[in-house]
Design a protein around this ligand. Structure first.
Ligand code: SF4
Length: 342
């Protein structure tokens, strides 16, 4: 058997132990810290010589008292949806921003988007609020409002310089995500979309553990058509099933390229094994639709504009509307109340 640097944990084991209270440390966690809230805190071999060892070893290991606080804080949000992908580069954040814009086309709906990709936050840029900062009031952190009914929260707003690299280790990532959920004053809201980093990392586990009590409607999984991307989607679906997260469906992004001049469609990423449609059938998960690769989606994201407003007659816009209505249907909503028919 090949040597391993770390002992892996099974998803069920991690999820069946709710996040614990973090002790107050006297020094930063060293590189191989198992996590001050973990069962092995202060007792693991890697804790030897750490100035926090006595504190971590004697810290209480009870359930996190912040979970009820988070539940109360999010009690005004009717629907919470996670946006996941197995792999990076499939357009998950772009899709999250498009879904948020689509939900916000109904002036009676209030929508929030939370960017938990703390190492590569891109939502503020895509929503045109990159230069904004967070306002703190007595009630908590206020989201940045893109329009009257569409708010954004991202770590990007806390960085002094937009090019600053953010290096977060596991326990700190959990802490930041917890702070987002605990301290952001979302108020009464119809939809909160949580844009997560690719894979099945700490952030997924944190978001799931923290949101467990307050309820998540489900997850939308974004992929591209080729088998290399679908391989990781299978893992993501497995993760959701073990974590008890309902998968609302799979979206196939970059599904063919539509020439903006002649609208002819070519297949850039070949669906050699049947693409997301075949995977949805195989895993018994709803197929939400296919969105073509359209360079104008990228342009709208770069300029922080709504693609729906900029190119309403494009084939990609029509395809996206089909997906949005299907997402609403899978959430148990009447699609025409979320996104009115054209
Ligand atoms: S003693 Fe605490 S802070 Fe130090 S390595 Fe162990 S768990 Fe991490």
């Amino acid at each position: 058997m090949a040597p391993s640097l770390e002992v892996s944990e099974y998803v069920q084991d991690v999820l069946s132990h709710p996040l614990k209270v973090g002790p107050k440390l006297v020094a930063p966690e060293p590189e191989h810290c198992p996590g001050p809230e973990s069962e092995s805190a202060g007792k693991a071999d890697s804790c030897e010589g750490c100035p926090n060892q006595a504190i971590c070893a004697s810290a209480p290991k009870g359930p996190d008292p912040d979970i009820p606080v988070i539940t109360e804080r999010l009690s005004g949000i009717k629907h919470k949806v996670l946006i996941l992908s197995g792999k990076g580069g499939v357009g998950k954040s772009t899709f999250s921003s498009l879904l948020a814009y689509a939900f916000a086309t109904n002036p009676d709906s209030t929508v929030g988007i939370m960017d938990t990709d703390i190492c590569g936050p891109s939502i503020p840029k895509m929503m045109g609020v990159e230069a904004e900062t967070i306002h703190v009031s007595g009630g908590g952190w206020s989201p940045v409002w893109v329009q009257d009914n569409l708010g954004v929260m991202s770590v990007q707003f806390m960085l002094p310089n937009r090019d600053d690299a953010v290096i977060w280790r596991g326990p700190k990532k959990n802490g930041l995500i917890k702070q987002f959920l605990k301290d952001v004053e979302w108020g009464d809201m119809d939809f909160l979309l949580v844009d997560t980093p690719p894979g099945t990392s700490d952030e997924h586990l944190s978001v799931n553990s923290f949101l467990k009590e307050s309820g998540v409607d489900g997850a939308v999984v974004v992929t591209t058509p080729q088998e290399v991307a679908l391989l990781d989607v299978r893992k993501e679906i497995d993760f959701c099933r073990k974590a008890g997260i309902k998968v609302l469906g799979i979206v196939e992004n970059m599904s063919g390229f539509v020439c903006p001049k002649c609208t002819h469609e070519s297949q850039i990423f070949q669906a050699t094994t049947g693409g997301a449609r075949a995977l949805a059938k195989e895993t018994n998960i709803p197929f939400l639709g296919a969105v073509p690769l359209d360079p104008r989606i990228g342009i709208a994201a770069d300029y922080g504009e709504s693609f729906f407003d900029a190119w309403p007659d494009s084939p990609a816009c029509s395809a996206l509307k089909v997906v949005v209505r299907k997402v609403a249907e899978e959430m148990g909503l009447r699609p025409e109340t979320v996104l009115p028919e054209d």
